[in-house]
Ligand binder design. Structure first.
Ligand code: ADP
Ligand code: MG
Ligand code: MG
Length: 906
């Protein structure tokens, strides 16, 4: 018989795949003798079966009964008993945390009879009816799929009619009335009464939680977070404890360190007389943990002690959910907590300082994506206007955009290219697509642990929450400042997720201290810091990046086409240029010169035209070699099809037709350009006369370009410099092509050496960007000193689609349908394109053991791809200058993670 159900005592934290994160960690805490209400977990296996064939396994009911009996025994109360009834929660919990994305039902087991037993047990009618109306509401919405407003509205109407300020004013009578109303809603909406049989409630709730794996918001979330659709969720059935039993009870969320700044010391929210979601939904503003210390010292002390134990045990920042029932503390959840990018860096180095993890592990605890968001600009403190209000900073960043009041509107306007700030009274899980679409989120209610805050931090969205001076009227589409200005949909506002400030209009931005640090070093970074938190962050960054650089096996170069970019890349820590494209150097005022090359009728004319380009190129290269003195610079010979240097054919056709119609003279030059444009026209320029094919068709380009590189090197050497140029030939598909161009290039280099009397060391290599090149890599490697993978073209030529044509077209559909989990232009398609990279490296190195291998496609700056390139043994990645710090970090992490994994499996 398969084991479908695990008592909490039977699991542990490493069983996430089977028990989900919540179940595995509840088990872990149970076994650490922490006060966890007893319960059990139905496995993700059951969910997968259920999603597959639509029914639950036959043995499940018996296994649930057996486990329920154990819980009853432990609690000394019976599920469904009319006296002291046991109630349970039925909670979702997937292998990867998906906060608020799936469903949970509380107070299962209450009915018209047991509610009286509960009242007697607690000595409070109000509490019992509050619990019952909550069950009816949650059960109706999540299990029976009834529109939540049909419950929420009567509740609000009642409070309004009686002039109540909030949920706490409702009396037992009010709540009993609501329960009656809710039962009526259920009957009307489903044609059946609310199930009075507790066991039937339990079975239905379990099934509903499994079903909630596939709610739309859960799917959106998984896509964003790259969580597989096939994992499924576990279901946790757990004894209810009650934070809504009155003043001496409450519920809260806490973190072992501040998840938004990373400051050490416990941090959290507490909401008296409340249950479950109340604390995260923002129905009332919360108290702090310090307040709890004042209200209930023993519970506070125990909580803090538990948090310390958890952090030592998990060796990381943990977040927890807890409830105080009549003064007694209960632990309801823990996990390694989500945090802001700044907190991630600070916490990593703090943990290393405290000896909980090693310095190497600290590097693996942060990501390139987190570093990316730290480099975003911030609002300029010097010039910004008075804030209209200051609220809780929940997720850092500086965002300006137009106000939208609904999830749908956010998605719509963002789709039209607008930057939007989603402004809500409070957010709930349904707002996820809107939060994804927005650049920032502003809510009038809720604390740092509110749903909006947690989700925003997880995805790096700027968020300010709990702005209680703001009155958000979603129906009227207005945002009012208490006693002040009124804003409407479409008005621009700015929010600062680090300070909590909200501004009218757009605000100037400046470099963040992290950016100043990566650009100009530690001292400058510290000087740019505007707070102690910023300073601590800059120090952590410095430690982690320094360590990553030391550990990295792969080097990081940059793609740079001019001296400024090369200089910048060097400041960011690049150790060379992996791709210098030369065709940009042919545009602007030099374009007529290229036109002459194309229009030349004789080799002499062509040589003449090329000789004018040569000196210009030479001085371009000198500047770049100077900026990269002492470091390699890979210069790629001309790559794009020639028509890119000619005016557009359609435009020319029209111009000439117009002139002829008007009887105006068409000059000989105009006609020649027109003819050339016609004859150079290609149906598929991407697959036409370009790359190495051009170098073979028009060898004069090789003469000119290689000479310019070599002469630039000579000039630098004569000026006392240390240039390291390399020549790279694009779009190679065979060994013979390589041989032709390489031989030619080497002859030119030898000529320049002879002329100048200076010995040059200029390796000649090629790009691998055609599947054929990867397959015959051995043959090519015999002619080549290095390979550089042009993964943009390699992706296009392997898949047989062109990026510009497909990116806006079907890639989104393909992602939605699960053909891709990310665009193959963003993260390398390891399975397909990656195989070609792996093959080429292996075959190339077999033929030429000294072959240096790098990558210069945009994937060179993508964290996931960098780890892949490290695995297949590349020597360096090259990426855009701004991605260099990210690539450095990820290259270090890749090496460290491989060695940490290797030592773990030993
Ligand atoms: P989520 O994954 O969305 O956080 P949870 O399963 O954690 O959902 O439950 C939602 C809320 O209900 C949380 O605040 C949680 O602490 C509370 N809760 C869950 N189970 C119980 C229980 N047995 N007793 C009291 N509160 C509970
Ligand atoms: Mg939870
Ligand atoms: Mg290319």
């Amino acid at each position: 018989m398969t084991k479908f159900v695990y008592a909490f005592a039977e699991g542990n934290k490493d069983m996430r795949d089977l028990l989900g994160g919540k179940g595995a960690n509840l088990a872990e805490m149970t076994n650490m003798n922490m006060p966890v209400p007893p319960g059990f977990t139905v496995t993700t296996d059951v969910c997968r079966q259920y999603l597959g064939n639509g029914s639950l396994p036959d043995e499940l009911a018996d296994q649930v009964s057996a486990n329920l009996a154990e819980v009853e025994k432990a609690m000394g109360r019976k599920f469904g008993a009319t006296q002291s009834p046991l109630l349970v929660s039925v909670r979702s919990g997937a292998p990867f945390s998906m906060p608020g994305m799936m469903e949970t039902v509380l107070n299962v087991g209450l009915n018209d009879e047991t509610v009286k037993g509960l009242a007697a047990m607690a000595g409070s009618d109000r509490f019992a009816w509050d619990s019952y109306r909550r069950l009816l509401q949650m059960f109706g919405k999540t299990v029976l799929d009834i529109d939540g407003d049909l419950f929420a509205n009567p509740l609000h109407e009642l409070q309004a009619a009686k002039g109540y300020k909030g949920d706490l004013d409702m009396t037992a009578e009010d709540l009993r009335g609501l329960a009656d109303q809710f039962k009526q809603v259920i009957l009307e909406q489903t044609g059946k009464p609310f199930p009075q049989d507790p066991r039937e409630q339990l079975n239905m709730a379990i099934e509903a939680v499994f079903r909630s794996w596939n709610t739309e918001r859960a799917q959106v979330y998984r896509r964003r977070e790259h969580i597989s659709e096939t994992l499924g969720t576990a279901v946790n059935v757990q004894t209810m404890v009650f934070g809504n039993m009155g003043e001496n009870s409450g519920t809260g969320v806490a973190f072992t360190r501040d998840p938004s700044t990373g400051r050490s010391g416990v941090y959290g929210d507490y909401l008296p007389d409340a249950q479950g979601e109340d604390v995260v939904s923002g129905i009332r503003n919360t108290l702090t943990l310090d307040d709890l210390a004042g209200i209930n010292k023993p519970a506070y002390t125990e909580l803090v002690d538990i948090m310390h134990r958890l952090e030592e045990h998990y060796r990381d920042l943990c977040d927890i959910e807890y409830t105080v029932e009549n003064g007694k503390l209960w632990m309801l959840q823990t996990r390694v907590g989500k945090r802001t990018p700044a907190a991630a860096f600070r916490v990593a180095t703090q943990l290393a300082d405290e000896g909980l993890i090693t310095e190497d592990e600290a590097v693996t605890r942060v990501t390139g994506e987190q570093l990316t968001s730290l480099l975003f600009p911030q609002f300029d403190q010097a010039s910004h206007p008075e804030p209209i209000t200051v609220a809780t900073p929940a997720s850092p960043g500086a965002a300006s955009g137009e106000i939208v009041f609904s999830d749908a509107e956010a998605v719509r306007r963002a789709g039209e290219g607008a930057k939007v700030i989603l402004v809500r009274r409070e957010t709930n899980a349904e707002d996820l697509p809107g939060m994804v679409a927005a650049v920032g989120v502003l809510t009038a209610r809720g604390g740092k642990t509110s749903h909006a805050a947690v989700v925003a931090r997880g995805m790096g969205r700027t968020a300010v929450v709990g702005a209680d001076e703001l009155i958000v009227d979603e129906a009227a589409q207005t945002l009012k400042v208490c006693g002040g200005k009124e804003f409407h949909a479409g008005d621009i506002i700015s929010i600062d997720g680090t300070s909590g400030e909200v501004f009218a209009g757009a605000v100037d931005v400046v470099d963040s201290p992290a950016m100043v640090y990566v650009e100009s070093g530690l001292e400058a970074g510290l000087a740019a810091a505007r707070s102690d938190d910023d300073k601590a962050l800059v120090r952590s960054l410095d430690r982690i990046l320094t360590r990553a650089d030391k550990a990295a096996r792969m080097k990081v170069r940059a793609n740079a086409d001019n001296p400024e970019d090369a200089q910048r890349a060097r400041e960011f820590g690049a150790t060379g240029v992996g791709l210098c494209r030369t065709e940009h150097m042919f545009l602007g005022e030099r374009r007529p010169l290229v036109e002459h090359v194309i229009l030349a009728r004789t080799p002499e004319e062509q040589a003449e035209a090329l000789s004018k380009l040569g000196p210009l190129q030479k001085s371009d290269f000198e500047g770049i070699f100077k900026a990269m003195d002492g470091l390699p610079v890979v210069v790629r010979l001309i790559d794009p099809p020639l028509h890119e240097f000619l005016p557009d054919l359609t435009q020319l056709t029209v111009e000439i037709a117009v002139k002829e119609a008007k009887g105006e003279e068409v000059t000989e030059h105009e006609r020649a350009v027109f003819e050339a444009a016609k004859s150079r026209h290609e149906e598929n320029p991407m697959l036409g006369l370009r790359g190495v094919r051009l170098s073979i068709e028009i060898p004069g380009f090789v003469d000119m370009q290689v000479r310019a590189v070599a002469e630039a090197a000579v000039a630098r050497i004569q000026a006392g410099g240390d240039p390291h140029p390399e020549i790279m030939i694009p779009l190679i598909g065979s060994g013979r092509e390589m041989e032709i161009v390489k031989t030619h290039a080497e002859r030119v280099i030898a000529d320049v050496e002879k002329e100048s009397g200076i010995k040059l060391e200029i390796p000649v290599g090629n790009m691998i960007e055609l599947p054929r090149a990867a397959l015959v890599a051995d043959e090519i490697a015999e002619q080549s000193q290095f390979f550089s993978f042009g993964t943009n073209d390699l992706t296009q030529t392997t898949w047989g689609f062109s990026r510009d044509d497909v990116e806006g077209e079907f890639i989104p559909t393909y992602i939605a349908d699960g053909v891709f989990d990310t665009s193959p232009f963003e993260s390398i398609d390891e399975h397909g394109v990656g195989q070609l990279v792996e093959t080429a490296v292996a075959r190339g190195r077999k033929a030429n053991p000294d072959l240096l291998c790098g990558i210069c496609g945009e994937h060179g700056g993508d964290p996931r791809s960098i780890h892949f390139f490290n695995r297949v043994g590349l020597d360096y990645v090259s990426c855009s200058p701004f991605r260099v710090p990210i690539a450095r970090l990820e290259a270090g992490r890749a090496t460290l993670m491989e060695s940490l994994e290797a030592s773990e499996t030993k």
